[in-house]
Design a protein around this ligand. Structure first.
Ligand code: NI
Length: 170
């Protein structure tokens, strides 16, 4: 089942998500499957549960955009336990369509998370994967990439979006 992606302006995107407590359930499997489907349809590399209106600490990532099943990553209740270096690159968000800006993030991260069965694991990523992991974990804390921009740039984007909302184009 594909979901509707929640857009900037919906409070769920700026609300810290609750930890997942029920593992190994049909609901959780369906949510994960639906999130991958939604993300691929939108040609994204990551999608967090709040972006489909579910305020839970779950995110799916695939930097191959569906080309390599081995790249599929599900992070539940994730926590970044190691960071190294810096990278600056263009970033966008499926909840803020049409806007892309340079964001500086850690170049490499290691994350500790649980899988759908509730088993804890650790994984590391560099470059685009590191960027996706940080962007998606931000979502679980109610943080959008706009918060990493200068106040000037952030306000400019907010103003443009407000205009689009008024015009019924958002
Ligand atoms: Ni995003």
């Amino acid at each position: 089942m594909s979901y509707k992606i929640v857009k900037y302006g919906d409070p769920v995107l700026e609300t810290p998500a609750a930890p997942v407590t029920g593992f190994h359930t049909a609901e959780l499997s369906e949510l994960i499957e639906g999130m991958f489907e939604t993300m691929y349809a939108a040609k994204g590399v990551g999608l967090a549960a709040p972006q489909v209106g579910v305020s839970q600490q779950l995110t799916v990532i695939d930097t191959s955009v569906g080309q390599d099943p081995a790249q599929k990553l599900v992070l539940i209740n994730p926590e970044i336990i190691f960071r190294e270096g810096r990278q600056t690159g263009e970033e966008g968000c499926l909840s803020i369509p049409g806007f892309r800006e340079d964001v500086t993030r850690s170049a490499k991260v290691t994350v500790r998370a649980r899988n759908a069965a509730g088993e804890a694991f650790e994984t590391s990523g560099e470059e685009l994967l590191a960027r996706a992991i940080q962007h998606e974990i931000d979502h679980l804390h109610g943080i959008l990439f706009l918060q990493h921009l200068s106040p000037l740039k952030r306000d400019m984007i907010r103003r443009k979006i407000r205009k689009m909302v008024k015009a019924g184009e958002w």
